[in-house]
Structures are given as structure tokens and as C-alpha cells.
Design a protein around this ligand. Structure first.
Ligand SMILES: CSCCC(=O)C(=O)COP(=O)(O)O
Ligand code: MG
Length: 231
């Protein structure tokens, strides 16, 4: 089947889980109280704080909202409000050069090659679209944002729901069967396959030291590097 577009996940796929868990999440956890104190009146911040408050039965104290958000960071909740707020917090970290975003070298090379070959590239991550742009704008391999033709986060729907992938295919104007989705999570690949997309499991040995064999890969092709995706 032809491939007319590539859709990629970030954490565990282009980039290591440990960078997200050990650098980005602790940074957001530490910076959240000060961020909320300074910026809670801004409509784009207030919108997401209110969404968290409503989900928690209408709590109205920002310090309690911050505690809920910090709890969600500890649980690795992929909640749209948390992801939106994390993106705003990380912006300071990237701007101050506190860190750059981890990128596997094979992913950087392949993304450049595919872009040079005229293949449109898209991102679909639980991280908010602004956080995705920051991530690839401040990667270990420099600013890669120009390689991508579009960005999708969970505002399009959950990553384990087939409907999200149908919406993405429709939005980019490519038949689902001509889109290749790359991810480290089999349940995300299952949903993309249900929507008709082609799939490859990116199985990073340093993120998942125990090989995922047999049933665990649910029949998706499994590779350990973007070099073996074979586009
Ligand atoms: C790009 S933002 C940092 C990563 C993040 O917060 C996240 O939840 C990534 O999840 P993914 O869907 O890319 O596995
Ligand atoms: Mg992932």
C-alpha cells in the first residue's frame, strides 16, 4: 500500500520516555504553583483551571487545583487540561535553555529524509499542540518544526479511539489507508488500524528493556529504530 503521509507519536517514539518523566514532568510539577499564582487570571490559563475545578466537583481554590494537577502529573494522566497547562509552563524552561527536548538520532535523520522526499509529516501526541511545537522547536537536533505539515493533540479525541484517527485523516485530506502511524503504544496502533491506517510499533529498547513479543504487539510490525520503518 502506498504511504502518502506519516503520523507520529512523540514520547517513546521520536523521543525517550525518561526525558518526559525525569525532566519535563518534574519541571512542570515544581513550576506549577508559581505559574498559577502569576497567570491564573489570563483567560487561556483560567479556562483550563476551571475545567479541572469543574471535574473535581467545583473546587474553587487555585491551590487545591494545583494539588490535583500535581497528582495527575504523578499518575501520568493524559488529561487535555493538564497537557495544555504543562505546555505553557514548559515554555519558560525551553526559553531559558533549562533543557532541550530529547530526540533519538535515527528519528531526526528519518524525519529529515522523509520531508526531503516530499512526504508530509504530522504529529499526534497527548502533549498539547503548543507543547509539541516547543518540543520540536527546541530539540537536541535543533528546530525541526518546519518538517511538519500539521499537529494534533487530544482535542481531536483520545489516542486509543479509532474516531480520532478518522478525524485526523479527514483533516489532512489523505485516505486513512495511505497514512502510516508510528507509536510505542499498541492500543494506539490498534485504534489507528481500526480506522484503516497502516501501523508500525516503535519498540525502543532503552524505554522498554523487556522485548514485547507475540500477542503483546497485536500483529503490528515492530521495529527498534526509525531506520527500519522502511518508507
Ligand atoms: C510533547 S509534550 C511532552 C510529552 C507529553 O506530555 C506526553 O504526554 C506525550 O505523550 P505521547 O502521546 O507523545 O506519548
Ligand atoms: Mg507515546
Amino acid at each position: 500500500m502506498p504511504i502518502r503521509a506519516i503520523l507520529t507519536d512523540i514520547e517513546g517514539t521520536t523521543s525517550s520516555i525518561s526525558f518526559v518523566k525525569d525532566v519535563l514532568f518534574p519541571y512542570a510539577r515544581r513550576a506549577l504553583p508559581g505559574f498559577v499564582e502569576a497567570r491564573s487570571a489570563e483567560p487561556e490559563v483560567r479556562r483550563w483551571l476551571d475545567a479541572v475545578a469543574a471535574e473535581q466537583g467545583g473546587i474553587c481554590d487555585d491551590r487545591m487545583i494545583v494539588e490535583v494537577l500535581q497528582g495527575w502529573i504523578d499518575e501520568d494522566r493524559k488529561h487535555t487540561a493538564l497537557k495544555a497547562l504543562q505546555g505553557m509552563v514548559w515554555s519558560d524552561g525551553y526559553r531559558n535553555a533549562d533543557f532541550t527536548a530529547h530526540l533519538y538520532p535515527d528519528a531526526g535523520r528519518a524525519l529529515r529524509e522523509w520531508n526531503d522526499a516530499g512526504l508530509p509529516l504530522y504529529v499526534y501526541s497527548s502533549g498539547s499542540v503548543p507543547a509539541q511545537r516547543l518540543f520540536f522547536g527546541h530539540s537536541d537536533a535543533g528546530d525541526l518544526t518546519s518538517l511538519f505539515s500539521g499537529w494534533f493533540d487530544t482535542e481531536v479525541g483520545g489516542k486509543r479511539e479509532a474516531e480520532s484517527y478518522r478525524r485526523i485523516a479527514e483533516s489532512i485530506g489523505v485516505a486513512p489507508g495511505d497514512v502510516l502511524f508510528l507509536s510505542d503504544i499498541v492500543e494506539e496502533l490498534d485504534a489507528a488500524r481500526e480506522a484503516g491506517m497502516q501501523t508500525v510499533l516503535i519498540d525502543r529498547r532503552e524505554d522498554y528493556p523487556t522485548p514485547r513479543l507475540g500477542d503483546a504487539v497485536h500483529g503490528h510490525r515492530r521495529v527498534e529504530s526509525f531506520e527500519d520503518v522502511g518508507v
